[in-house]
Design a protein around this ligand. Structure first.
Ligand SMILES: CC1=CC(=O)O[C@H]1CC(=O)O
Length: 101
């Protein structure tokens, strides 16, 4: 499984995030999309705190294979989805992750 996590900045957000989630349904190659609003940012961490600036939501896309990811990237539906993202996401930082266990 390929999972890409996104730090999203700047909402007016809740309804646009819901709309974004609805738009993710049926995008070719996209196995699953999740978006969660950040509720709080505890800074009392047991190791040095990494301040990455304000993050308002965390999005995550799942792909079952590199071929599915390629199909997603080439999809016109995905391009339209990104156009919607441009209307309400102020900044974005992607993390392509690797499953350890
Ligand atoms: C990729 C994405 C991560 C996310 O939360 O929304 C999608 C599409 C976009 O960036 O608009």
């Amino acid at each position: 499984m390929i999972r890409i996590v996104y730090l999203l900045v700047k909402p007016m957000f809740r309804q646009e995030c819901l709309r974004h989630y609805q738009m993710s349904e049926g995008i070719p190659g996209l196995f699953k999309y999740e978006v969660r609003l950040v509720a709080e940012n505890p800074a009392d961490t047991h190791v040095p705190y990494l301040d990455v600036g304000p993050v308002h939501a965390i999005g995550e896309c799942w792909f079952q294979s590199p071929e599915d990811y390629q199909r997603y990237i080439e999809s016109a539906v995905r391009k339209a989805w990104f156009e919607h993202g441009k209307t309400f996401i102020g900044q974005l930082k992607p993390f392509v992750t690797e499953t350890l266990v």
